[in-house]
Each structure stands twice: as structure tokens, then as C-alpha cells.
Design a protein around this ligand. Structure first.
Ligand code: NCD
Length: 318
């Protein structure tokens, strides 16, 4: 049974094949009535979307991906409130139950770190981790990498500046694991101290001989050198690790320094790319959107193709 739980599990060869499949889908026309992308081996098979946390892109792109492949979708949004989780049912019991309803894949988002791993461990139905608390978001990291390749033409020897809430942002954690698989990448983590990237990521990068540094001042960032600038929002809905806290006043103080404007882009290279997993909540000024380096909407759109390829894989088609 194939599960997608974390970013460490992917090999470079796997990602190459995944991106080939995603590129294939991206190059094909989509039509609303007769679906030309439906795969005979997937038509009629069912995806369950089990979402215990809010989502727009991940939820809707998985749903659209299933549709374009000819699969059916059953879903529960806000499962924390509208599933038996509200009555105290464990993830394990929920997964054991839904495994008996004939789903080919369960796409799951949960507020607890490790929830997808717990579900996958049962090995009763293929699980895709669509985000587990402050843990990981492996499918987002794959579409991020796909976008970097599309824009930069390579995945190695990149200068990558990652800024924002790195302590609680799961997308940057998964992305760091993936960038660590390619030689010569240099990562700069830019965040105020309480929001800095965790030591587990730094250990992993050191083991993979990836150069990285942590900086706190926006002014110190290597704007002119970066090939990729990856920005994130403050995840105020999540607790900080190790009991650290950030008062509302501190948050307000941080905002201006961490808001990207055309002045920041003026310092970036012509061929650089500016990414964000979205949603943005003010940390990238809308005046930046017209800049050709601003890739966040194209990045979100790539999620459809990457998730089509992932559904195919989990269903055993490649
Ligand atoms: C991200 C997430 O859910 O972790 N959103 C997404 O899936 N694109 C980022 C975020 O919520 O900040």
C-alpha cells in the first residue's frame, strides 16, 4: 500500500517521474463536458477527503485532480466538528471504518503533527498527508519544487531565501527536506528568533551537506543573490514549539519588516522567483503581483497537475 506521509520519503528519481507526469497533464487541454484526461483504470474509483482543518488550495486541487482523472470524491470538510472526532473518536478508529467503504485513497489534513503517520501505520487504505499541524505538507513541497524547476530550470545549486513563520509553517519544513536532496543548494532561513526553523531541519541539512544559515534581520537577507525567495504567513492559529510565545504587540511589530514590497523585488535578480504557499495575509503587498517573478498563483495552479500525478501513483498506476 502506498502512503504519502512526509517529504523525506521521496527519492530524486521518484520526483523526476512525478514531474514528468505532472508536465504531461499540464500540457493537455481540460474540457468540462467530455473529460479527455480520465484514465480507464481510475474511472469510478473513489477518493475520500478527510479535512479536520481549513483549506482552499489543497482541498480543491485534490478534488479537481480526482475529477480530471475520472475518479469520484467523497468529502468531509471541517471533520473536527462534523465527524465523530467531535465525539472523541480516534484517528485510528475513523480510518479503520472508512477503509471498509471502498476508497482507493484517503487525503487527510489534521491539526495534530503525526496524524497522517498514525493513519498510514494501520496500512488499511492509502493515506496522503495534506498537512499535519506544524509537521509537514509533502504534496505542497512537491508542487513547490515542480514550480522551482519550471522557473529556474534546475533543482541543484540554488540560493534559496525562506522567510516568515518557519517554526510553525509546515510547507517550509517539507520544502527544506526536498531541497536537501539536491547538491549545492544554499538555504537562508529568515525569521525572528521565536519563529526560526527547528533544529531537526538544520540537522537534516547538515547531514546532507547543504549549506544553511539562520538570520533574523530582513536587511541581512541575500536579496541580490537569491534564485528563489519563498515567503510565508504568520501561523497565529498554532502554538509555538517549546512554550515560546509571541504577544499580539510583537506580532504587530514584526509585520512591517516582514512585508514584501516592490522595493524588495527591485533588489532581486531578474531571473529569480518569488513564491508563497498561500494564503497570504498581507505579507506580500498586492503591488508585487504584476512582477513577472511573482509566481505564487502559477505555483498554486501547478498543485492540480502534481496532485493528479500523485493520485495516479498512490493508485498504483506508475
Ligand atoms: C499552507 C498550509 O496549509 O500549510 N497552505 C496551503 O496548503 N497552500 C500554508 C498556510 O496555511 O500558511
Amino acid at each position: 500500500m502506498r502512503h504519502i506521509v512526509n517529504a523525506q520519503q521521496f527519492s530524486v528519481e521518484f520526483m523526476e517521474e512525478l514531474f514528468n507526469r505532472a508536465r504531461y497533464y499540464k500540457g493537455r487541454p481540460k474540457m468540462l463536458v467530455a473529460n479527455p484526461l480520465a484514465l480507464p483504470n481510475l474511472v469510478g474509483r473513489l477518493v475520500l477527503k478527510l479535512f479536520y482543518e481549513p483549506s482552499t488550495r489543497t482541498r480543491l486541487s485534490f478534488e479537481a485532480a480526482a475529477h480530471w482523472l475520472g475518479m469520484g470524491v467523497v468529502s468531509t470538510e471541517n471533520a473536527a466538528e462534523f465527524s465523530s472526532a467531535a465525539k472523541g473518536e480516534t484517528i485510528e478508529d475513523t480510518i479503520r471504518v472508512v477503509a471498509g467503504y471502498g476508497f482507493s485513497v484517503v487525503v487527510m489534513r489534521h491539526k495534530e503533527e503525526g496524524a497522517a503517520q498514525q493513519a498510514a501505520k494501520l496500512d488499511v487504505v492509502p493515506i496522503i498527508n495534506a498537512g499535519d499541524g506544524s509537521g509537514q505538507h509533502p504534496t505542497q513541497a512537491l508542487l513547490d519544487l515542480f514550480t522551482i524547476y519550471e522557473r529556474c530550470g534546475r533543482l541543484d545549486n540554488l540560493q534559496v531565501l525562506i522567510g516568515g513563520d518557519l517554526a510553525r509553517g509546515r510547507t517550509v519544513r517539507s520544502l527544506a527536506y526536498l531541497l536537501g536532496k539536491y547538491p549545492g543548494n544554499q538555504l537562508t532561513f529568515l525569521a525572528p528568533e521565536p519563529l526560526q526553523i527547528g533544529p531537526d531541519i538544520l540537522d537534516y541539512l547538515a547531514r546532507h551537506k547543504i549549506g544553511c544559515e539562520r538570520i533574523t534581520a530582513v536587511g541581512q537577507a541575500p536579496w541580490t543573490k537569491a534564485d528563489v525567495v519563498y515567503w510565508t504567513r504568520l501561523q497565529i492559529e498554532r502554538p509555538l514549539p517549546n512554550g515560546k510565545t509571541l504577544s499580539p504587540e510583537q506580532v504587530e511589530e514584526l509585520k512591517p519588516a516582514y512585508t514584501l514590497t516592490p522595493a524588495h523585488l527591485a533588489r532581486m535578480k531578474t531571473g529569480a522567483v518569488l513564491m508563497h504557499p498561500l494564503p497570504r495575509v498581507g505579507e506580500i503587498a498586492t503591488t508585487v503581483d504584476a512582477d513577472p517573478r511573482a509566481a505564487y498563483f502559477a505555483q498554486a495552479h501547478n498543485g492540480l497537475y502534481v496532485r493528479m500525478a500523485l493520485l495516479e501513483h498512490v493508485c498504483g498506476l506508475w
